[in-house]
Design a protein around this ligand. Sequence first.
Ligand SMILES: [Zn+2]
Length: 385
Amino acid sequence: MDGDRLTKIAVMAFSGGMDSTSLLLRLLRESNKVYTIGFNYGQKHLIELDRAQKNIEYLQTCGFIVEHKTVDLSSIMSMFTGSLTSGEKIPEGHYEQEQMKSTVVPNRNAIFASIIYGYALSKSIEYSSEVSISLGVHSGDHAIYPDCRPEFYQVLNHAFAIGNWDSEKISLDLPYIDGDKISILQDSLISCEQLSLDFDTIFANTNTSYEPDEMGRSSGKTGSDIERILAFHAIGREDPVEYQDTWADTLAHALKIEAEYRDKIYREKLTDLQYQVTRNSATERAFTGIYDKHFESGTYYCICCNHPLFESTGKYNSGCGWPAFHTEHNSAKISRIEDYAYGMNRIEVRCSKCDAHLGHVFNDGPREHGGERYCINSASIEFRE
Ligand SMILES: [Zn+2]
């Protein structure tokens, strides 16, 4: 698919996982000539390199030529600690939990970046051209992997620039740095559409599991599996990669792990009243909430997930004993559910992002603002100016 002239050259690490696969598609979409490197560092999930090769071949059948090389670092990196390469068991559970730190391979990304930088400089000299180094790191990685943080790459890039001739021709491209697994998948949907590629074929040819079985099927149980499964669920698609269990069971397990993790976070972060109101649909006693008679200018956010729910301009004094709003925040998209509890027929309102119970909505609000009254628990919201 090379055009008449080579406009842009990009070099990237292609692990065969979701992020680097999405990044490769994005670079092709942006008409780059792409050079990829896969690293064998003795990882237990070596299958990811085979999957990367499969996608390179699939892309080739569709007319996209990607020059892909696999670099063998297994002899040196097998000396490193970490459950991805050693005999240590890979932890199961949620990606953001402390035990996932055992999956960190010491200095891995600095080693990869060093090799990629050398390769990029070589391509720059070969073509007398500028070359960009693209990395698929994203915000979801930052918590447990310090070597996925943007400040690390900026400093590393600066060091490489100082230590090399002609480094002004090399630039660093981190298109997913503010994104997450969901936005990365959405980006791939766009790429596949624009490049006329089959999204399911592409993602069946990836591996995210740290613990695939001997047949290459993902376990669905490690933190990286859970994160991936939830991302596919969030974009409303079945993950085309093969799991050891059915998709329904795999998804149910991931949702259970996510719910348990969220619940743990809520219990740590919220007061007992806030927890009972938002997670167990309790109601605070009338005239006791801190925002009942609160009329400062600002925004009210969900106490659980920080999603904007109301603005002070939509608040009024209803006299009912709970904060009352006639209008929700224009990006709140508050969920409404029929509630038949206590022999009444009411409309319950919940946070659309985290499903926190907020209160109810009634039809006795001010007519000039549409006639609705959101009767909200102070315990479910947080005000900021
Ligand atoms: Zn929320």
